[in-house]
Design a protein around this ligand. Structure first.
Ligand code: HEC
Length: 104
């Protein structure tokens, strides 16, 4: 193998590795309680319009009003609003994993 083709082979391997979905940065985002039904519900309810935000994007007292605003977005887009039971699970999940007041 010539030096050039060896370099090209190496480059191709790098490009292929970069295309591996397992290496995508989006997939390396870790959420709390990822094995739990609460997380499953959160992911289902909050990924229709954007990537689900990190639970630390808001403090516990802020989350309920954010969720209420998301309900309005659903209505505007003619998506059925979240059911009360799902909303409670999602709200509790976000609140117990929320940012602390100091902003951690
Ligand atoms: C029907 C579409 C839709 C769904 C479903 C949705 N969002 Fe959003 N979300 C939006 C839009 C549009 C924006 C940008 C405008 C805004 O901030 O209100 C946004 C922005 C946000 C932001 C960034 C703004 C901020 O206040 O920090 C957060 C956090 C967020 N959404 C959380 C959630 C959560 C939690 C859920 C699930 C309960 C959810 N979203 C479900 C449409 C949606």
């Amino acid at each position: 193998m010539s030096l050039v083709s060896a370099l090209l082979a190496g480059l191709l391997a790098m490009v292929l590795a970069a295309c591996d979905p397992g290496n995508s940065p989006r997939q390396t985002v870790d959420y709390p309680e990822m094995d739990s039904p609460a997380f499953q519900n959160y992911q289902a309810q909050c990924s229709e319009c954007h990537v689900p935000p990190r639970t630390t994007a808001h403090t516990a007292p802020e989350w309920p009003s954010v969720i209420a605003r998301m309900q309005q977005h659903r209505v505007q887009r003619r998506i059925a609003p979240m059911m009360a039971a799902d909303m409670t699970v999602v709200r509790d999940y976000l609140v117990r994993n929320a940012a602390t007041a100091e902003g951690s």
